[in-house]
Every structure is written in structure tokens, then in C-alpha cells.
Design a protein around this ligand. Structure first.
Ligand SMILES: NC(=O)c1ccc[n+]([C@@H]2O[C@H](COP(=O)([O-])OP(=O)(O)OC[C@H]3O[C@@H](n4cnc5c(N)ncnc54)[C@H](OP(=O)(O)O)[C@@H]3O)[C@@H](O)[C@H]2O)c1
Length: 234
């Protein structure tokens, strides 16, 4: 779809990757950008339309959709990261990851799908991760939720095709945002990632793989699992 002239809504747009999405959308000529956030007062980007939206709160999703009936591009970006393992972590944290990444993305998309259809089809961009395809105990609850969101994204692509809504998945490794501030290794600039993802939406791509680590893990899925998890056989 054309980004120029689009009316976009970005969840979690007050900081991190979401803020970069909102800025890139404006720079590429989007007609309007709803910067959705749990606290709209925290949105500080000039030119956007702040909108209250908590992806885990059905009432807030309904209210946002009632205000943003002109959306043609939905960017499901909001995300949590509790650092919970599945056996040692609290069940509340594990559920929060599913509520945010899986049920949150699903609930927002269900509410906006009829709006996208009424506005000609448009597009959905779901922010996933290399951790949709790889896990470790330190990120296990997050990874499981991102895996569920990956499956959700593939299903939505099929279910939304008849109404001509394209669905793009963004997979990326560590980015330089608050979520990965504890990580010492290399981190990609979220502004670069937002640009690559919007290029992919513009080209009608099913999937955008933003960095080498993501491309390597994706390729590794077709090999023996010991290739991805060498500790299992050492
Ligand atoms: N950073 C990475 O290394 C990395 C790598 C791969 C994928 N991702 C994904 O990229 C996306 C953006 O993450 P980020 O790196 O920009 O993280 P971030 O800087 O921690 O920002 C997270 C954003 O999500 C919002 N959010 C969290 N729960 C929400 C909810 N229930 N409803 C609405 N908004 C909510 C936060 O709002 P508040 O300000 O209100 O908390 C914030 O705006 C996420 O989907 C994340 O999983 C991140």
C-alpha cells in the first residue's frame, strides 16, 4: 500500500520503535498519524494525533476505534517484556506477555478490521521479533507470546485477504530502545527498523527481516534444532 496519504494508527507510539514509526510515517507523507498510547499526554511528537489506547483494555480499544474511523494502516507495535522464564517466572508476568502481544494484537485488529475494510482494505503491520523463532529461559514468556503473535499474523493475513487488507510481519533482533536497555551486545537503530518495515508495507511484503541475526535464525529453522540450540547436544 501507499504510505503517502495513508491514515495510520501506531500502538505504543509514545516511545521506542512506535515513536519512530510515527515520525517516519509523517516524514513519508501520511495524511494523519494517530499516536496511540496508554497515556496520551506522554506523546511528544509534533504533528501526530494523540489517542488513548491500552491494548489489554477492550473498552479503550473500542473508544479508540470510535475516534479513528479513517484508519487505513494499523501498526500493532505495543509490547511488554517481563524477562520471565516459564517455570521460574510469575504466572501474572507470563499472562501479561500473552495479553499484550497475542490477545492485545488480536483485539485491536478485530476492532479495526471492519474500519480498514470500509476504507478500501489498507494494511496491518505487526511488530514481531527474532524471538518469535528462538527462545531461552530468560525470555521464554516473551518468546512464547511473540510465537503466538506470529501464528496470529499468518492467520490474519489469510482471513483479511478477501477484504484486500495486506498483512506484513516485522521480525527484528535487539533494538536500541528501553526494552533492550539491559542488553550489552549490538542493537539496531529503531529509526532504521521503522524505515525498513514501512518499505516492506509499501512493497506489499508478507515479511520484513530487519537484521542478520533475524535472517540467520529464520534460515536455521529449516535445519536440525541443534543448530539453533547447540547447548542441547554439548
Ligand atoms: N527492543 C527490542 O530489542 C525489540 C526487539 C524485537 C521486537 N521488539 C518489539 O518492538 C515493539 C516496540 O518495543 P520497543 O523496543 O519500542 O519497547 P519500549 O521502548 O519498551 O516501548 C514499548 C511500548 O509499548 C507500550 N505498551 C506496553 N504495553 C502496552 C499496552 N498494554 N497498551 C498500549 N501500549 C503498551 C509502551 O507504553 P508505555 O510507555 O505506557 O509503557 C511503549 O510505548 C514491541 O512489540 C517489542 O516486543 C523489540
Amino acid at each position: 500500500m501507499e504510505i503517502t496519504g495513508a491514515v495510520a494508527l501506531v500502538t505504543g507510539a509514545n516511545r521506542g520503535l512506535g515513536r519512530q514509526f510515527a515520525a517516519a510515517l509523517l516524514a513519508r507523507g501520511a495524511k494523519k498519524v494517530y499516536a496511540a498510547a496508554r497515556n496520551p499526554e506522554s506523546v511528544d511528537l509534533p504533528g501526530v494525533v494523540p489517542l488513548r489506547l491500552d491494548v489489554t483494555d477492550p473498552e479503550s480499544i473500542r473508544a479508540a476505534a470510535a475516534q479513528a474511523g479513517d484508519v487505513t494502516l494499523l501498526v500493532n507495535n505495543a509490547g511488554s517484556s517481563t524477562g520471565s522464564s516459564l517455570l521460574g517466572g510469575s504466572l501474572d508476568d507470563i499472562k501479561l506477555e500473552m495479553d499484550t502481544h497475542y490477545f492485545g494484537t488480536l483485539a485491536v485488529t478485530r476492532e479495526f478490521a471492519p474500519i480498514l475494510e470500509r476504507n478500501g482494505g489498507g494494511a496491518v503491520l505487526n511488530v514481531l521479533s527474532v524471538l518469535s523463532w528462538f527462545t531461552s529461559p530468560q525470555v521464554a514468556a516473551y518468546s512464547a507470546a511473540k510465537s503466538a503473535a506470529w501464528s496470529l499474523t499468518n492467520a490474519l493475513r489469510l482471513e483479511l485477504a478477501p477484504q484486500k487488507t495486506q498483512v506484513t510481519a516485522l521480525h527484528v533482533g535487539y533494538m536500541d530502545t528501553d526494552m533492550a536497555k539491559h542488553v550489552d551486545g549490538p542493537k539496531i537503530d529503531p529509526a532504521v527498523v521503522a524505515g525498513l518495515a514501512l518499505d516492506g508495507v509499501g512493497q506489499g511484503r508478507f515479511e520484513v527481516l530487519a537484521d542478520d541475526v533475524t535472517r540467520n535464525v529464520r534460515a536455521g529453522l529449516s535445519g536440525d534444532l541443534a543448530g539453533l540450540y547447540p547447548a542441547l547436544v554439548s
